[in-house]
Ligand binder design. Sequence first.
Ligand SMILES: O=C(O)C(=O)C[C@H](O)[C@H](O)CO
Ligand SMILES: [Mg+2]
Length: 403
Amino acid sequence: MPKIIDAKVIVTSPGRNFVTLKIETEDGVYGLGDATLNGRELSVASYLTDHVIPLLIGRDAHRIEDIWQYLYKGAYWRRGPVTMSAIAAVDTALWDIKGKLAGLPLYQLLGGASRDGVMVYGHANGVSIDETVEVARDYQRQGYKAIRLQCGVPGLPSTYGVSKDKMFYEPADADLPTENLWSTEKYLRVVPELFKAAREALGWDVHLLHDIHHRLTPIEAGRLGKDLEPYRPFWLEDATPAENQDAFRLIRQHTTTPLAVGEIFNSIWDAKHLIENQLIDYIRATVVHAGGITHLRRIAALADLYQIRTGCHGATDLSPVCMAAALHFDLSVPNFGVQEYMRHTPETDAVFPHAYSFERGMMHPGEKPGLGVELDEVLAAQYPYKRAYLPVNRLEDGTMYNW
Ligand SMILES: O=C(O)C(=O)C[C@H](O)[C@H](O)CO
Ligand SMILES: [Mg+2]
């Protein structure tokens, strides 16, 4: 058996923080797993180092399911983003090892390719509608088949999804949380105008997406979904906070615009009611925050019964290790929908050399055994952890709101 003899956590910040687990086996094969939880990174690093790594030493790296169950059931305290990100890192690293030992890229172990490539969506954003549409046009020229549109809201100094840089977006921008302002009324006026202008400029042969980022009540989201129907959005994401899963029923009663949710979900239990009641169309849970490949496959299998497709989260705070794992999953899973793709900075790509590639709107995980991602530990050591928080949101009268 490939016995686990060592494991360690590597924290590095090549432009942003990443937490990576490296598991080594007796025969010199190692695997990597992403454990990054944006703004709360060190909690997962400690969970792994202090509580998980001692449990791994001496175990058979091939027994992925058993180790998953051991860490989930054995902790007694189930679920939650810290626990599930830690379990995800172990699970991903073990799949990486299994692939390397088999001499096969991970997607082959997951049943092989179900499609030729993975459709991804890029982020077009700008301060104004015109600027956003111009950026979207540029994405279209690069061959993107799906584009997310976010634009500034007149009257609000800044908002989610609008960055200074056109290809990179990094919301965790400060040593203490930046405070943003929010007005639902102002926002609801601009989004239909954005989609109208985008359809006029880009035509109908491109999928258009939008992320509400948990900021509307169900009835407000229903109204926005209805207003956007003429422009046929691919999805509206995180329309309303999803702790109360039935909130999505109210949105559904008012619009046929497809709904996506789940980037902050960490377990099948967060999605079960939404899926079984067909309250959503896309499930956005991804490898690092939802228990790894093993658990994500379980969520996708449940979703498949209800014709709900996957749409894995893929922001920059998910490391190239997670991106690679997501692409292997996407290529193989039967009910794939779309994959989010936000480019990492050149510094991040240098620390994590990888086999995955992008060509005209499609990605492929590559043919290297396992995940196909390395971690240059010498380079990583040159970028020490730097505390960084996600922003917070307040209404214009000072009331704390959802970011
Ligand atoms: O990429 C998205 O859809 C996001 O909503 C990005 C999140 O704000 C980000 O990953 C938070 O860490
Ligand atoms: Mg989102």
